[in-house]
Design a protein around this ligand. Structure first.
Ligand code: PGA
Length: 265
C-alpha cells in the first residue's frame, strides 16, 4: 500500500442517512462532472448509504471519485443481524470506510476498543479507512481536547502495523462542530491536527506522521473551506451537510485544489 502524499488534499462527502436513489443519482452525476477538471489535483470520495453503494459506484466508475461506506462491522461474518462486513463492502466496490464517527460512537455506543477492531478488519480486508476522532464541547472547555484525541487514536490504531498505515487517514471532527454550523477556527483545528500528528509520531515514527493525511470535519462549507485550507496542517475535509449539494461540494473541491497548488512541495 502506498503512503499518502500529504500535500495532496482529500475531500470526503459523508451523506449520512440522507437522500433517495433518485436524488443521489442526480447529486452524483453532477459531482462526477464537477470533479473531472479537479481529479488531477485533489482526491475525493462519496460516502453513500449502504443501499445505494453499488448504484453510486456504477455512476462514479472511471471518474477518480472513490466509493466510500459509512460503517462496517468488526466481525468477519455470522449471526450479526443488520451488520455489514468489510468483505461485503469490498465485494460491492467500496474502497474506503468511515470508522469511529462520533454519531456512531454515541448513538450505537461504539467503544474505543470496538473501533480499533473495526479498523483492523477493514485494513486486513483491503479497505482504506477514514478514522474519525474528536472531543465534545465540555471536553474542550475543560482542556481535555488533546487527551481525548490521543486516547481515541491510540485505541483505534492499537496493533495496526506501520505497513498498513498508508491506508489510513484521520478526520479530526470536534463533536460540537458537527452539523451545528459552528466550525472550529482554522487556527484551533490546526492545533488539534498538530497534536494528532505528534500522537502518530509517538505511536510510529516522524516520517509516517508527516505522511499521514489529517482532515478536518465539522460544518465545513463553501464559505469557510478556503480559510480552513489556508492551514497546511489541514489536508482536506470530511463534509456532511454541504456534501448534499453538488454546487457546494464542488466549491469545496475547488478550494482544496487551489490550496494544494499554493502549498510548497
Ligand atoms: P457536517 O458533518 O459537515 O454536517 O458538520 C460532518 C461530519 O459529520 O462528517
Amino acid at each position: 500500500m502506498t503512503q499518502h502524499n500529504s500535500k495532496r488534499m482529500f475531500i470526503g462527502g459523508n451523506w449520512k442517512m440522507n437522500g433517495t436513489r433518485e436524488a443521489s443519482t442526480v447529486l452524483t452525476t453532477e459531482l462526477v462532472a464537477a470533479f473531472e477538471p479537479l481529479a488531477a489535483s485533489v482526491d475525493a470520495a462519496v460516502f453513500a448509504p449502504f443501499p445505494y453503494l453499488q448504484h453510486i459506484g456504477s455512476i462514479i466508475r472511471g471518474s477518480g471519485l472513490l466509493l466510500g461506506a459509512q460503517q462496517v462491522s468488526a466481525e468477519a461474518n455470522g449471526a450479526f443481524t443488520g451488520q455489514v462486513s468489510a468483505e461485503m463492502l469490498l465485494d460491492v466496490g467500496v474502497q474506503i470506510v468511515i470508522i469511529g464517527h462520533s454519531e456512531c460512537r454515541k448513538l450505537l455506543a461504539e467503544s474505543d476498543e470496538l473501533i480499533g477492531e473495526k479498523v483492523a478488519i477493514a485494513l486486513s480486508t483491503g479497505l482504506s479507512v477514514m478514522l474519525c476522532v474528536g472531543e465534545t464541547w465540555q471536553e474542550r472547555q475543560s482542556g481535555q481536547t488533546e487527551a481525548v484525541c490521543r486516547r481515541q487514536i491510540s485505541a483505534a490504531l492499537k496493533g495496526i502495523h506501520l505497513d498498513h498505515m498508508g491506508a489510513i487517514q484521520i478526520a479530526y471532527e470536534p463533536i460540537w462542530a458537527i452539523g451545528t454550523g459552528r466550525s472550529a477556527s482554522p487556527e484551533d483545528a490546526a492545533i488539534s491536527h498538530a497534536a494528532l500528528r505528534k500522537d502518530i509520531e509517538d505511536l510510529y515514527d516522524p516520517s509516517l506522521a508527516a505522511a499521514t493525511r489529517i482532515l478536518y470535519g465539522g460544518s465545513v462549507n463553501s464559505a469557510n473551506a478556503t480559510s480552513l485550507f489556508s492551514q497546511p496542517e489541514i489536508q482536506g475535509a470530511l463534509v456532511g451537510g454541504a456534501s448534499l449539494k453538488a454546487a457546494d461540494f464542488a466549491s469545496i473541491l475547488r478550494s482544496a485544489s487551489q490550496a494544494t497548488s499554493s502549498r510548497p512541495n
